[in-house]
Design a protein around this ligand. Structure first.
Ligand SMILES: Nc1ncnc2c1ncn2[C@@H]1O[C@H](COP(=O)(O)OP(=O)(O)OP(=O)(O)O)[C@@H](O)[C@H]1O
Ligand SMILES: Cc1ncc(COP(=O)(O)O)c(N)n1
Length: 446
């Protein structure tokens, strides 16, 4: 028996790696599904434009489907850019020979505005492909084209989803809300005579390849045996994360980040292990004199572009404190466990993204002097110079202070200190790329 699930994408290639089969394969990988491909068309494309389209002969498209289906087996498939009526007919004829679920993303126009389906092929799509669909995933404009209706809101989307299902014989339809007005991206699923809404906050980010990646995520999860409703739920979470964490590459619409889905959990585990080890080492060093009244924290943030809020920064729950003659971590390493130091590292990372770890220790003039003698770059901020509007804003002091200290010198600081204020203990912060580097610097100060 084959243990790994497989998903097939029948779609066009995007040389920019943002949409099409490239997006589909990355998405399949993110879900641990083995990806198979049948390329329909090769596009010369970047984030701004499509400059050339070379369609693959229909019999070659069919043959790609046949060979993988017969040798490897297909657990679920999707279609993307089908380009012309001949390819559509060939794909329909071939997929009919198999009984895998088929997700149809009725791709018509690229984000950049280029047509990806010939005008005269829309009828063929409706006639030959949609009746075979387990699910059709039109966006607002595609749903308008398929129904002839105008879609402005969720109610219109509901009517359109039902109309497409009833008129084409598709088993289910989801009208996507990425292009509808409003603060939320609401997708409307019509399946078995009932509606289900999928909601997510509309995020500012990278949207090239959203439709491809969303339908590929549904396909991967159908291949893994999830119900249609559950597969859509996971895909919705996946696409929202992918849009918000997209790398801003190119000069047009930047692409969805499919790897965030696996990279973030993998990085979190690595961070947890490294920081836990470093905290144990810190306890072993037992630097009693370095522990401030408020305790020490030791933090390690997710890499760029994933470090955004304190929940993306690991720290020690309850901090590290003095217990008699010993230095002890109160709780274990957790994401979201630090507030102050998390804000400090997030600000530092805006200037030096590779410097993801920090520790705070008791202030003393000797340590600042020792740091300078060791050749560390030292900077500071003065809480008494904090502007009133910053003082009044909850949680704004530390980001302000770190920014002031970083900008004070034109070199990356290893150490930043402040002398405190009324009711605020003075403090020294040590920065490094990782907890090991922070500990190495700290050792030189003992
Ligand atoms: N800015 C956004 N924030 C959150 N979710 C979004 C955003 N834009 C689109 N989505 C979601 O992404 C998925 C794809 O929807 P969209 O309407 O963008 O598809 P599409 O237009 O077919 O994409 P493409 O243009 O890549 O083909 C849907 O779940 C949609 O709700
Ligand atoms: C080969 C191919 N397939 C699909 C899309 C649609 O994606 P988008 O609308 O995000 O550009 C594309 N641009 N290129």
């Amino acid at each position: 028996m084959r243990l790994v699930r497989t998903a097939l994408t029948i779609a066009g290639s995007d040389s920019g790696g943002g949409a099409g089969i490239e997006a589909d394969l990355k998405t399949f990988t993110a879900f641990g599904v083995h990806g198979l491909v049948a390329i329909t068309s090769v596009t010369a494309q970047n984030t701004q434009t499509v400059t050339a389209i070379h369609d693959i002969p229909p019999e070659v498209v069919s043959e790609q489907i046949r060979v993988v289906a017969e040798d490897i087996g297909v657990d679920a498939a999707k279609t993307g850019m089908l380009s012309n009526a001949e390819i559509i007919k060939a794909v329909a004829k071939t997929v009919k020979n198999y009984d895998f679920p088929l997700v149809v993303d009725p791709v018509m126009i690229a984000k950049s505005g280029a047509p990806l389906l010939r005008e005269d092929a829309v009828d063929a799509l409706i006639k030959y492909i949609l009746p075979l669909a387990t699910l059709v995933t039109p966006n607002r404009f595609e749903a308008e084209k398929l129904t002839g209706m105008e879609i402005r809101n969720v109610n219109d989307a509901k009517l359109a989803a039902k109309k497409i299902a009833e008129e084409t014989g598709a088993k289910a339809v989801i009208v996507k809300g990425g292009h509808l007005e409003g603060k939320e991206a609401i997708d409307v699923l019509y399946h078995n005579g009932a509606y289900k809404l999928y909601r997510a906050p509309k995020v500012d980010g990278c949207t090239h390849g959203t439709g491809c990646s969303f339908s590929a995520a549904i396909t991967a999860n159908l291949a893994k045996g999830l119900s249609l409703e559950d597969a859509v739920s996971v895909a919705k979470e996946f696409i929202t994360l992918g849009i918000s964490t997209g790398h801003k590459i190119g000069h047009g619409h930047c692409p969805v980040n499919q790897s965030a889905w696996i990279e973030i959990p993998a990085e979190k585990w690595r961070i947890y292990e490294e920081l836990t080890r470093a905290v144990r080492e810190f306890e072993r060093i037992n630097p009693i004199k370095l522990i401030p009244e408020v305790g020490t924290n030791f933090v390690y943030a997710l890499p760029f572009p994933y470090a955004r809020t304190k929940e993306d920064v690991a720290g020690v729950k309850g901090r590290i404190v003095r217990v008699g003659n010993e230095v002890r971590a109160v709780g274990s390493v957790e994401f979201g466990a630090s507030d102050h130091l998390a804000r400090a590292i997030l600000t530092f990372m805006r200037f030096y993204p590779k410097y993801r770890s920090a520790i705070n220790v008791r202030y003393s003039e000797e340590i600042v002097e020792l740091a300078k003698e060791q050749g560390f770059t030292v900077s500071f901020y003065d809480r008494r110079e904090e502007p009133i509007e910053v003082k009044e804003k909850e949680g704004a002091t530390i980001p302000w202070g770190i920014e002031v200290a970083v900008k004070r010198i034109n070199k990356r600081p290893d150490v930043i200190y402040h002398l405190g204020d009324i009711g605020k203990e003075p403090m020294i912060l040590i920065f490094g790329r990782n907890p090991r580097e922070v500990l190495d610097k700290l050792r030189l100060l003992i």
